[in-house]
Design a protein around this ligand. Structure first.
Ligand code: DAH
Length: 343
């Protein structure tokens, strides 16, 4: 039988051996539990005090206490050392070299439609317009009837419509949004309404889906001069400082009088070139004074208020401004085309 002293010496040796190759605090704690925890060799030693003769107990107790102190010291010391090493390793692993060159990631670009839309919104919000976006699925009333285009009206033929049911359709014009705004808001009204519209139309300059930007101003004393002044400002900002505008008489059921708006050719300065087909002018949008009947239908008194409205095709503006000759390019998503708009 080993004496307590011998047992203690043996445990110390075992602890020393167990700790010799420890690299991580986790293994250290496991070893510590094995010796010092419940059922561990050091705890068992304390239990064996019961078998020691009463006169020897003080001495044996002292020796066991010394063993505990010694072991605590050992574990504690190694714990600190390992923790410091682990921290060092963590710092080394997480170190960032701020002088390393960055890896270039492929960056997208705004679609030309988005570029023009943002530019238009920015120009008009600078003049105090607020953006209102109406629904793409409209009913017959908002898209046509309330815009003074009742069922058998010949002007319906101007826009070939996709019907979803007898009453529901894909809106053919953002003008539909004008009605929604006027129904819900009393003048002064100054809104801009960009969005997608749909028509059964498909060639180099038409697509079944395209985008429009609508504008509407209603207040006391609004005249065609206000429209002209605002259009001059818009044309300068979008096409260039030297660009002029002109109004030509036209027809839209929801405006009276109605006009077609041309800008002087920004390519040739008005002399005549391929872009303006030799005329010096380029048609950019439709506009007019809001028809009395449209105001009335929305509960706005046409004797008290007047207004103007305008609507333009965003793709058309993009094609003119960027010299794009086929509208399909704007919808095909060809990266070789799109990346040219990266600035
Ligand atoms: N909605 C017309 C179209 O799609 C464009 C338009 C013309 C809008 C005159 C207007 C306007 O607001 O006053 O062809």
């Amino acid at each position: 039988m080993l004496t307590i002293k011998e047992k203690i010496a043996e445990i110390k040796k075992k602890i020393d051996e167990a700790l010799a190759n420890v690299k991580f605090t986790k293994s250290l704690y496991e070893i510590k539990m094995k010796f010092m925890g419940k059922g561990g060799e050091v705890s068992d030693l304390s239990k064996s005090m019961r078998d020691v003769a009463p006169e020897d107990r003080p001495e044996v107790g002292k020796q066991i206490n010394e063993l505990r102190c010694w072991a605590d010291g050992k574990f504690g010391e190694l714990d600190e050392k390992l923790k410091a090493e682990e921290l060092e390793r963590k710092y080394a692993e997480e170190k960032i070299d701020v002088t390393m060159p960055v890896r270039e990631s492929a960056e997208g670009a705004y679609h030309p439609n988005t570029l023009i839309r943002n530019e238009l919104v920015s120009v008009f919000s600078g003049m105090g317009f607020e953006v209102f976006e109406g629904p793409e699925i409209e009913n017959d009333y908002y898209n046509f009837t309330a815009l003074n285009t009742p069922k058998d009206h010949p002007a319906r033929d101007m826009q070939d419509t996709f019907y979803l049911s007898n009453d529901l359709l894909l809106r053919t014009q953002t003008s539909a949004g004008q009605i929604r705004v006027m129904e819900n808001k009393k003048p002064p009204i100054k809104i801009l309404s960009p969005g997608k519209v749909y028509r059964s139309d498909d060639d180099a300059t038409h697509s079944p889906m395209f985008s429009q930007m609508e504008g509407l101003v209603v207040d006391r004393g609004i005249t065609l001069c206000d429209l002209k002044g605002m259009l001059d400002e818009f044309a300068k900002k979008i096409f260039g400082e030297d660009v002029k505008t002109r109004l030509r008489p036209s027809y839209f059921p929801f405006t009276e009088p109605s006009v077609e708006v041309d800008v002087s050719c920004f390519e040739c300065g008005g002399k005549g070139c391929r872009l303006c087909k030799g005329t010096g002018w380029i048609e950019v949008l439709g506009a007019g004074m809001v028809n009395r009947r449209v105001l009335q239908g929305c509960g706005i008194d046409p004797d008290e208020y007047t207004g103007f409205a305008f609507g333009m095709g965003i793709e058309r503006i993009a094609m003119l401004k960027y010299g794009i000759n086929n509208m399909k390019l704007l919808f095909e998503g060809d990266v070789r085309f799109l990346k040219q708009f990266k600035d």
